[in-house]
Design a protein around this ligand. Sequence first.
Ligand SMILES: [Zn+2]
Length: 433
Amino acid sequence: MTLTVAHRGSLFHLLADPRFKEDCVEFIEDGLLTVSEGVIESMGPADQLLHQLPAGTKVIQHNDAVLVPGFFDLHVHSPQLTTVAIYGEQLLGWLNTIIPEEEAYKDPEIASKRADIFIKEALRNGTTTMAVYGSWAKESVDALFKKADSLNMRFVAGKVMADRNMPAGISLTSPEQDYEDCSSLIDAWHGKGRLSYAVTPRFAISCTREDMNVASRLMGEHDDIYFQTHLSENPKEIEFTLELFPECKSYLDVYDSFGLLGRRSIFGHCIHLEDEDFKRVEETGSVLCPNPPSNFFLGSGLFKFENAKNHNVHVALGTDFGAGNTLSMLSSMENAYKMAQLQGYSLSPWEAFYYATLGGAKALSVDDRVGNFLPGKEADFVVLDKKATPLIEWRMEHARTPADVMFVLMMLGDDRMVRSTYLAGNAVHHRDE
Ligand SMILES: [Zn+2]
């Protein structure tokens, strides 16, 4: 016998990319979301669905709350727990300070303990799907996959590849070792449950041509793995990259020259892209993943949301924790709004929530399974508390439209707003317990 559980509260989700389609938002003030065996059975107004429920169906009341699809954080570093909020540096100096801390993750016990803390913290923030950079040590990624699998979490991760230009105190790998480690992680975890592997060169600066060739080879050997790396974050980083690859016409062109652009490639930051780059990203269907909290923290610059829109480019959002000083995607949305404002572009709440939900799912090509509340999708969702703080409660009493409600959630929300987080219908975080 299958057991249906019904969740009652306000429901919000997107049905398409609001940059290109109007009327793609659904907000139901008193809604019902029914879930059976981890999958959404139905969603709609409570007054229409309640009387159709099988006798004895459990109804969970989420009073004063909005249920939204679980958040996607598509650029985040697990081994930076001990280095978040380090004062005073920009990218290259900051990396020299923080990277040596990742060495500890070769110890499976430390890796396991910290994977637990990292994933728990993400769930507390309402993130249900992540694309994660581990450390160079494959133990770091083993530990993450093990924890994510035990929670049935949708999870993408890879060990960082780096065979040159790393600070003292961190081990360099070799192309041979990177190939061997990545292959063994793919064999062990990729496709298991809701897990996927991502080939993850730290960035072009840290990889020789041989190591980049390993990345291409791995992408060629496996149809459905992902590729993730950093791109055009900081002017000094770009300058150094082009010194190392003088044959390439841009930073993006470095990855392009190794055949690493495409529908399964996610590029973090992408701040200083030129029009030519946007065109190439559009042609290849690659994904751009700005990380506003990090971009402000390191002073790296402003992602050009409007150019991305004009080029019809896939955009998802990340935190880039620990350069981002938060694991909250609400905070990332808030900072994305401010980032766009600085460029005279008003990012609507629909666009912001799209990047953190359905857009993330589209970026990973899993929008047939997650990203909104359509029946048949996996029930990953978050319960956002409209009374999380006295100020939010007061402001919500004066919110007049769904757009106003959602905008207040993203501008005033953080982990305190996340009352519960569900993965495939199972509660994995309750704030008040
Ligand atoms: Zn990063």
